[in-house]
Write a new protein. Structure first.
Length: 268
């Protein structure tokens, strides 16, 4: 009997020839580089362009968020919203002052300073923005755009729209109203080894319960340990591996249909 996982892999593999014929990646994708986008490479303070190092977990409305230490290979689909005048002039989570006219955004867990591509699903319009704040904390929203970024994507009047966000590189601010500037390259997002991360748990029993709920063969599910800021071990539950982003995206869609709405892609 063909499993759901096998169907996904077979369907994605059929697209590999088409991907191979495309040649170079689109201009907004940054070529593969031996150094990943990581907080380990950052050395400056807020506003310096360096990624935030050693970001601690934080709790909002009873939910604890664990900022990622590495944005390499990160991709996420969900609702984008925006914030503007009410926050203009206030300090952001990065220590920078929020400027609604700058091309920035807020994300709950990506390292501060990460440049991401935000692409509308309905019309394909895209924009590169820099993460310098935390949020949004409304249900099912994955990114909060500055007013200027929302304007360029046509989101101001609509309020929200469905997007896919892809981490590109570490970056520093551009001129006001202009996209950020990359200061280090990111890995190839099309080929490599990719996994779907569905959660990270300090308690192993919780990780095992999630593994048992997943509709993928157990052989394709791994626990990837990482150390939290408090020294505790976090058990990351991941599905894979996948040879390219097309395969990973199909599995990500399947994981979200199973109810794991905060799942995302990571690269080995």
């Amino acid at each position: 009997m063909t499993t759901r996982f096998q169907k996904i892999a077979a369907f994605a593999s059929a697209g590999l020839l088409a991907v191979a014929t495309l040649g170079c990646a689109p201009p907004h994708k940054i070529a593969k580089h031996p150094e990943r986008v990581s907080t380990k490479s950052g050395s400056g303070g807020p506003g310096s362009g360096a990624l935030q190092r050693g970001a601690k977990p934080y709790t909002i409305r009873g939910i604890t968020y664990y900022p990622l230490t590495d944005s390499a290979g990160f991709i996420q689909t969900g609702v984008a919203s925006w914030y503007g005048r009410d926050f203009h002039g206030r300090k952001t989570a990065s220590g920078e002052i929020y400027n609604m006219h700058a091309i920035t955004a807020a994300h709950k867990t990506l390292p501060l300073g990460t440049i991401v591509e935000v692409k509308r699903i309905d019309d394909g319009r895209s924009l590169v923005v820099r993460i310098n704040d935390r949020g949004p904390f409304a249900h099912n929203r994955i990114i909060d755009l500055s007013m200027a970024a929302a304007g360029k994507l046509g989101v101001v009047e609509e309020g929200t729209t469905m997007v896919t966000i892809t981490a590109l590189a570490e970056g520093k601010p551009g001129a006001v109203g202009e996209p950020p500037v990359a200061v280090s390259p990111a890995p190839d997002f099309y080929h490599g080894v990719f996994w779907i991360q569905v959660g990270a748990f300090a308690i192993l029993d919780n990780a095992e319960r999630v593994r048992d709920r997943l509709g993928f063969p157990r052989a394709n599910i791994r626990f990837q340990p990482t150390q939290g800021d408090g020294g505790q071990t976090l058990h990351r539950v991941q599905v894979g591996p996948f040879a390219d982003m097309d395969q990973a995206n199909l599995a990500l869609t399947d994981a979200m249909r199973q109810g794991f709405n905060t799942a995302f892609v990571v690269a080995d």
